[in-house]
Every structure is written in structure tokens, then in C-alpha cells.
Write a protein that binds this ligand. Structure first.
Ligand SMILES: [Zn+2]
Length: 40
């Protein structure tokens, strides 16, 4: 997924991808509407 832009399904803003230590994996978060979801 290198370089891929993920867009929020609700507002179509660019998703911020970050590493979640407790979840032990990548997650995405929308800065506009605040949705947070696993990237798998
Ligand atoms: Zn959004």
C-alpha cells in the first residue's frame, strides 16, 4: 500500500494512517469526521 491515498468514505478527506501499539497494526483516522478503523 505504499503511497496509496486512502479517502474517508464519509467525507472523502484524506485519511491519516498511524501505527496503533495496542492494536499492533496500522489504523486509519479521518481528521474531519473522526472515524477510526483498522487497515487490513
Ligand atoms: Zn471523514
Amino acid at each position: 500500500m505504499d503511497g496509496d491515498e486512502i479517502l474517508c468514505k464519509l467525507c472523502e478527506s484524506k485519511i491519516i494512517v498511524y501505527y496503533h501499539e495496542q492494536y499492533n497494526g496500522d489504523r486509519g483516522k479521518c481528521p474531519i469526521c473522526g472515524v477510526d478503523f483498522p487497515l487490513e
